[in-house]
Design a protein around this ligand. Sequence first.
Ligand code: CP
Ligand code: NVA
Length: 313
Amino acid sequence: MAEPRHFIDLWRLAPSDLRAILDDARARKAARKGWPQGRVDADAPGAERTLAMIFQKNSTRTRFSFDAAMRQLGGDVIISTAADMQLGRGETVADTAMVLSRMVDAVMIRANSHDDVEEFARVASVPVINGLTDRSHPCQILANFLTIEERFGSIDGKVLAWVGDGNNVCSSFIHAAAAFNFELRIAAPAAYGPNAVDLARTAERQGRVEVTDDPRAAVAGADAVITDTWVSMGDTDHDARLAALGPYQVDAGLMALAAPHAIFMHDLPAHRGEEVTAEVFDGPRSTVWDEAENRIHAQKSVLAWCFDRLGKV
Ligand code: CP
Ligand code: NVA
């Protein structure tokens, strides 16, 4: 049997596959413009397929977008929190993977520990999708790229400035820099800088990533200014984070240093008055609602790729 097509981290995928997923997402979104949300795409690449979703952490966008995505692909979903499963009482990740592989066609997991998702994928005989871990959030980045390409035509040659915590979402941008032709500038305080292993891997693959502690330098002339919450799920040092990250707030003054056409992006949920001012978040350069909607479109193509049905039905 062919190896399952896991979607765990962007650096593990061939750049050509990532490009095919993004192109499919753009075409699929255009083809259903004006349709009701529940109508199934003409080619129904999820037909006769069931996706299981396991949530160990809270979620709004990931939960609803994957559910809506499977419906639009003509498939079905089963959703559970990890706490409601025997996982929550100590059944192993590996045994859970064995069982679900006999019952569904793919599994999406939002987990506290990245290692658990890797372990699940090692054992599963069906595709496993990372719906966010402590270390990465690959689905989110595809939604960002779809949004950027809708605005600018292509990601090629663009400058993306990440300002704030060098967290899991930041790591997935670093992973993407090895696969796509763009420049990533990260401005973060030393205590909350990006993952060194991710930086080294992307550098080895000639990805263009620069790290600074100066948000103004990172944003200068950028095409997109991107941030995320300063306190991610599972972080316990709330006060220290707010103190260290205060100078990294995205406000109108910082946005003024970016390119005149620059957009503001945020994966959500947002905290107005912390990582971004309300003026910027709710302002005309903000693309946050497109970015949230694009979770559905990007993930439909991830699912179609996992089912090996991209462009085949
Ligand atoms: N951006 C994102 O993944 O949102 P949720 O935590 O609501 O799924
Ligand atoms: N960095 C955030 C992203 C939420 C979608 C977190 O992990 O909580």
